[in-house]
Design a binder for this molecule. Structure first.
Ligand SMILES: Nc1nc2c(ncn2[C@@H]2O[C@H](COP(=O)(O)OP(=O)(O)O)[C@@H](O)[C@H]2O)c(=O)[nH]1
Ligand SMILES: [Mg+2]
Length: 375
């Protein structure tokens, strides 16, 4: 044995100076530890089909920041960077190619609404649509009609195709009866408006994208707007801007086609309104447009001047949801539709109040009419 060892010069060297091994061995150990610390996450993955992994660095004695996330094998473009400072909301929205999200809570599908929407002449490739439909029988029928209409438009290569369409089914309750006299009875307002608020919140929080500059709230029963609706409203570059919602009807006394105010939720706060609010208990709300609760608030509906400038602005304290353009940042900052009494206001009126508390100004265009369906 001794002869065998002595024949190999390395073995003889090591036998004479065993401590000379410490250096190379230590080097190999360090190399092993470094390699194992960077390769452990992928080997610990049990799911073989996993394309990428955010596993934490958990092994490796020499890893400096053991809690930092290791991104491995990320497919191209897996991480998207958005600089929200670059997202503009300007009066020249179309030229700047600003994206618009049109949001519609929809209990009934009206072909007139759909036709009008499709006539909007803002570049459709910059428009995304979002709908929320109640979970009741009406909703089932509405969903079918809406889906058919969407398929028709989206399957074409035409310029009328929208960037994206999202249809949500409501997870919260909705009222069964939607006949106008039922849904407008004062006593059901709090319940109904609170459900609507939940639906609107679901809709905006689910569909808003990092690329959304503007949100246009457009109710499903707004059947007539100018095709330039988005450009016309964006021109004012206001955080919140509401149209004046009217309705066409035939005047029975004259037999003439006529128009009348419809939405009374666009208003300016009054002394009387504040007094009523001060006398209410915490859970009570004020809903505008009911004689039972005379607020004497100036209503935008009554400020329409047929000969006036369409661009006339008026500052508002409450808005309706008929046709309202909102800078997406107002929602991003947290302005939503309270489903609970917020300063004794709920839903769209509460939204205006919340936006104001966040420091945003709210306006309306009294001479800019859009039309509500006449049932
Ligand atoms: N998702 C959802 N939308 C609804 C519900 N009720 C009404 N809507 C829609 O919400 C919008 C405003 O409701 P509407 O009943 O017309 O209010 P009004 O115009 O003030 O009478 C319309 O677009 C309706 O289609 C509901 O329960 N769920
Ligand atoms: Mg309506």
């Amino acid at each position: 044995m001794a002869i065998l060892y002595s024949k190999n010069p390395y073995v003889r060297y090591i036998r004479r100076k065993p401590w000379a091994l410490i250096g190379p061995l230590a080097f190999l150990l360090v190399l092993y530890l470094l390699l194992s610390s960077s390769s452990s996450p992928s080997s610990s993955g049990t799911n073989g089909s996993k394309k990428y992994s955010y596993s934490k660095k958990s092994r490796g004695w020499f890893a400096k920041n053991r809690d930092s996330v290791v991104l491995k094998n990320l497919p191209k473009n897996h991480i998207s960077h958005y600089d929200l400072n670059e997202l503009t909301t300007s009066s020249d929205a179309l030229a700047k190619r600003e994206e618009v999200l049109i949001l519609t809570p929809m209990s009934k599908f009206l072909p007139q609404y759909w036709e009008n929407l499709n006539k909007i002449n803002y570049d459709h490739s910059l428009i995304s649509l979002g709908f929320i439909i109640p979970r009741n029988e009406d909703g089932d029928a509405t969903l079918k009609k809406l889906e058919a209409a969407v398929k028709k438009v989206q399957s074409s290569d035409a310029k009328t195709k929208f960037k994206k369409v999202t249809i949500l089914r409501q997870d919260s309750n909705s009222l069964e009866s939607q006949a106008e006299k039922d849904r407008h009875a004062l006593k059901v307002q709090k319940e109904r408006r609170s459900m609507m608020a939940l639906a609107r919140n679901s809709l905006v929080f689910t569909t808003i994208a990092p690329s959304t500059s503007w949100v246009l709230w457009l109710d499903a029963d707004i059947v007539e707007t100018p095709p330039t609706l988005i450009q016309d409203l964006a021109l004012h570059s206001k955080p919140i801007l509401s149209c004046n919602v009217y309705q066409r009807y035939v005047d029975e006394s004259t037999g003439q086609d006529s128009i009348r105010p419809y939405d009374f939720n666009n208003w300016v706060e009054s002394e009387e309104g504040l007094k009523i609010a001060a006398g209410l208990s915490e859970d009570d709300i004020i809903v505008e447009g009911y004689a039972e609760m005379a607020t004497y608030r100036p209503l935008m509906a009554h400020f329409y001047d047929a000969n006036g400038d369409k661009n006339t602005e008026m500052a508002l304290d409450g808005v309706g949801g008929g046709a309202v353009l909102v800078k997406a940042d107002v929602h991003r900052d947290g302005a939503m539709f309270p489903s609970f009494p917020f300063y004794h206001l709920i839903e769209t009126e509460g939204f205006a109040k919340m936006a104001k508390r966040l420091g945003y100004e709210v306006f309306g265009l009294p001479n800019y009419l859009v039309y509500h369906y006449n049932e």
